[in-house]
Design a protein around this ligand. Structure first.
Ligand code: CA
Length: 224
């Protein structure tokens, strides 16, 4: 049974949705604002999040962005107002999987939910987003605003190591192990050279990195 989190501040809509989805056989949780949504996702495991855009405090876009930035890959369907055509697109760029325009029919929403869950079950592409970039682990590809960025295999492996260990410091030795392999005779300086090359491809200002930070005396840390 799939678990769905509904993030909706209007009690009538939230209750209607909940009843409908419970009848469909889903397990359903409801929260009424963005902060609670982030907390609930952090502590529970959901198969899908139905996320209203207009919420008190932190709106649905901010919640979506934070979830994706923190590495949460749970599928998200945004519930948008009809007047927000531009917002829909923006929402999808933020990492949402689909959107439904309010007022929506229960039939339409159920169909979208099923489609998104099916995609998830078939192994949705493993993609991590930071800034204007997407790292596609299935295709070994980095894209900027949808356009592929050419990386060498070493650069891709480095980036992957950072993304998978984001916010942790990685020493040059650890990077050598992860990227070149344990028995490598490559020297530490080589790591710095490749990091420099990678920075030129992903940093808006390579001299002042925003993503790939140096941690003096230790190594590097990725903030994505
Ligand atoms: Ca709302």
């Amino acid at each position: 049974m799939a678990r769905i989190l509904i993030v909706e501040d209007e009690p009538d809509i939230a209750l209607g949705l909940q009843q409908d989805l419970v009848l469909e056989g889903y397990e359903v949780d409801v929260v009424g604002d963005g902060e609670s949504a982030l907390e609930r996702v952090a502590t529970g495991s959901f198969d899908l999040i139905l996320l209203d855009v207009l919420l008190p405090g932190k709106d649905g876009f901010a919640v979506c962005r934070e979830l994706r930035r923190s590495g949460t890959r749970t599928p998200i369907i945004l519930l948008t107002a009809k007047s927000h055509e531009a917002e829909k697109v923006l929402g999808l760029e933020l990492g949402a999987d689909d959107y439904v325009t309010k007022p929506f029919s229960p039939v339409e929403l159920r169909a979208r939910i099923k489609a998104v869950l099916r995609r998830g079950a078939n192994g949705s592409p493993e993609v991590f987003r930071f800034g204007e970039f997407e790292v596609d682990f299935d295709r070994f590809e980095l894209r900027r605003c949808g356009e592929p960025v050419e990386l060498t295999p070493i650069e891709f492996k480095l980036l992957a190591a950072f993304v998978r260990n984001r916010r942790s410091v990685l020493t040059r030795r650890q990077l050598l192990d992860k990227v070149w392999g344990r028995d490598t005779h490559v020297i530490d300086r080589v790591v710095d050279t490749h990091i420099g090359n990678l920075r030129r491809k992903i940093e808006p200002d390579p001299e002042r990195p925003a993503f790939l930070l140096s941690v003096r005396g230790f190594g590097y840390r990725f903030e994505g």
